[in-house]
Design a protein around this ligand. Structure first.
Ligand code: ADP
Length: 573
């Protein structure tokens, strides 16, 4: 049976009441018996004292016949056995028997005690009347001397009858008290447990999802306060659930109507949730519960999932599904160990980008030949006066700038195209750098700049495209020369554990801090007018960055305006 609060409380009360009842019964019986025996002895003693003068009178005059009649008469009236015994133990009068037929009483305990002058008391079996009796022996003192004993006795059967009556009455009272106490305990336990039961039932209902539960408790006190707190708690909970449901609905609505496909996968790759757009992408109306590879079999997606699971970081990758291009972003949910992947379709953007790139390549191709031809013709012009020469120089400079933009555009289009792959071969970086530096010797000397070259001996060769790497250092050293008016250009190369590190440092004008993050962007120039005069296109560093990334290397820049710039490249061995 389930031990409810009521059962515990009532059980506890009942146990205490029963234990107390039993204890009361046991102690009251023991106490009653002792007390009553004492009262009886006292009663017999008082009776003895009352009849003593008459007994002494008849005993002194040796009127034993009269004495016997007196005790028989009195004994019958008061239902008490009365005997008179002389100093030799002979019974001279007895209310219940013939004294002549009675044996000597000298050695009865109460008589022996009475002979010594004190009141004797004994409970024992009477051989005369064949019953258990209570005896009291009172010494008869005549002229200051003990002359005999007056003995008063009560039948134990009567005493027991009285006792059992008393015991029955006490038991009845105790029993009634127990029943009354149990009833009171029952009512009390019920009253205390009722609000608790109400609260328990309400809590159970709340736990099973019923939120509009209220507990009403009339009795004032802590339980009423508890019920009130419970009510305000359920009210608040219900409010929170409503808000949560509204938010959930809103979120679901957003997720279902969003342009992007969205899928949540568990750690094993099983689809937990997905929106309608995702279903359209994979062409399946109920993929929930199935594994993603049943719908998406391309290896790039597998890689995104595996990387996101392993590294627990956002992974972004382009994937192609049914000739559509998607930008996939995978995010790991640490708390739930789930992976949320969104599919943003970029097919149109990709196509546009391709059209743009194709356009740039085509225009560049178309411009290259006429520009080279213009340059050739300009170089042949002679016999001009000073002003005309100035115009010709401007025309030459701008043509060269156009040719260099076209060259850079063609190069950037080439290395940015998806099909482009670097043609790797063994490259000796030291030889490559010396070749490039040679190209810039005249311009360095012309600007009266100092050139410091510090190339570590016996640097191992790296795998790379020598022409593209040459382009990198041409661009960097060209910038260093272009943007330095006085001071030094320092080119260093050394081998570290698993890389070759090359740095190009100058003491030129430097780059303002806010421009540093943008200098690798296409067409980004810090100072437009300056770039124009030095013949910059804003494409140089963008090409550098691309080529370095194609070689799985890194490039860093440090610069302080007015102090100089340092580009550091690290290429893996
Ligand atoms: P540009 O052809 O104009 O030099 P780049 O892409 O090579 O284009 O460089 C982008 C911009 O970065 C330049 O306009 C220039 O302001 C700045 N820059 C590049 N290298 C240096 C340098 N060594 N010192 C100062 N500024 C530089």
């Amino acid at each position: 049976m389930k031990k409810t609060f009521f059962l515990r409380l009532f059980g506890g009360y009942a146990l205490i009441v029963l234990a107390l009842g039993i204890l009361v019964l046991i102690f009251s019986h023991a106490f009653e018996k002792k007390f009553h025996l004492k009262t009886l002895v006292q009663g017999l003693e008082d009776l003895g004292t009352t009849i003593q003068p008459e007994v002494i009178r008849l005993y002194e005059g040796e009127n034993f016949g009269q004495l016997d009649s007196y005790v028989k008469d009195l004994g019958e009236k008061i239902n008490t056995r009365i005997s008179v015994i002389d100093l030799k133990g002979k019974v001279v009068a007895d209310s219940d028997s013939n004294p002549k037929e009675m044996e000597n009483h000298r050695y009865r305990p109460e008589i022996i005690r009475a002979y010594s002058g004190k009141t004797g008391k004994s409970v024992r079996f009477s051989r005369t009347v064949k019953e258990k009796m209570l005896y009291i022996g009172i010494p008869l003192i005549i002229n200051g001397e003990i002359s005999g004993v007056l003995r008063l006795s009560l039948y134990f059967e009567e005493i027991n009858l009285w006792f059992s009556n008393l015991r029955r009455n006490i038991s009845l009272i105790v029993l009634s008290l127990i029943i009354l106490s149990l009833f009171v305990s029952y009512v009390l336990s019920r009253n205390i447990s009722k609000p608790i039961r109400k609260l328990r039932e309400a809590a159970q209902k709340t736990a099973s999802g019923e939120m509009n539960i209220q507990v009403l408790i009339k009795e004032k006190g802590e339980l009423k306060e508890l019920a009130e707190s419970f009510n305000s708690m359920t009210e608040r909970l219900s409010q929170l659930f409503d808000d949560l449901n509204a938010q959930k609905e809103q979120l679901m609505c957003i997720l279902q109507t969003m342009e992007e496909g969205l899928v949540t996968l568990d750690n094993t790759g099983r689809i937990i949730f997905c929106n309608d757009r995702f279903k359209t992408i994979i062409n399946n109306s109920s993929p929930e519960g199935q594994f993603y590879w049943e719908f998406i079999r391309i290896s790039e997606f597998k890689t995104i999932f595996a990387k996101s699971k392993k590294e627990r970081k956002t992974q972004i990758e382009e994937i192609v599904l049914d000739e559509k291009v998607f930008l996939c972003s995978a995010n790991y949910l640490e708390t739930r160990h789930e992976i949320v992947i969104t599919f943003h379709e970029i097919t149109t953007e990709k196509n546009l980008e391709k059209i743009k790139k194709d356009f740039v390549v085509n225009v560049s191709h178309e411009l290259r030949t006429p520009l080279t031809s213009i340059k050739g013709y300009l170089e042949t012009i002679e016999g001009l006066d000073e002003t005309q020469k100035q115009y010709l120089d401007t025309a030459k400079r701008n043509t060269e700038r156009l040719i260099s933009i076209v060259k850079d555009l063609l190069l950037i289009s080439e290395i940015e195209s998806d099909e482009f792959k670097i043609k790797k071969q063994d490259v000796n970086i030291k030889d490559l750098l010396l070749r490039v530096i040679k190209i810039f010797k005249p311009s360095v000397e012309q600007k009266k700049l100092k050139l410091e070259i510090d190339l570590e001996k016996n640097m191992p060769e790296i795998k790379g495209d020598p022409f593209k790497l040459e382009q990198v250092f041409i661009n960097l050293i060209d910038n260093a020369v272009k943007y330095t008016e006085e001071g030094t250009i320092r080119i260093q190369a050394k081998k570290t554990n698993s890389n070759i590190e090359i740095s190009v440092k100058d003491t030129g004008i430097g780059i303002p801090e806010q421009d540093l993050p943008r200098i690798f962007e296409r067409f980004y120039v810090v100072d437009k007018s300056r770039s124009k005069t030095v013949g910059g296109t804003g494409l140089g560093l963008s090409i550098v960055k691309h080529i370095i990334h194609l070689h799985k290397g890194t490039i860093k820049v440090e610069s302080k305006p007015g102090q100089g710039t340092a580009f550091c490249i690290s290429l893996p061995l």
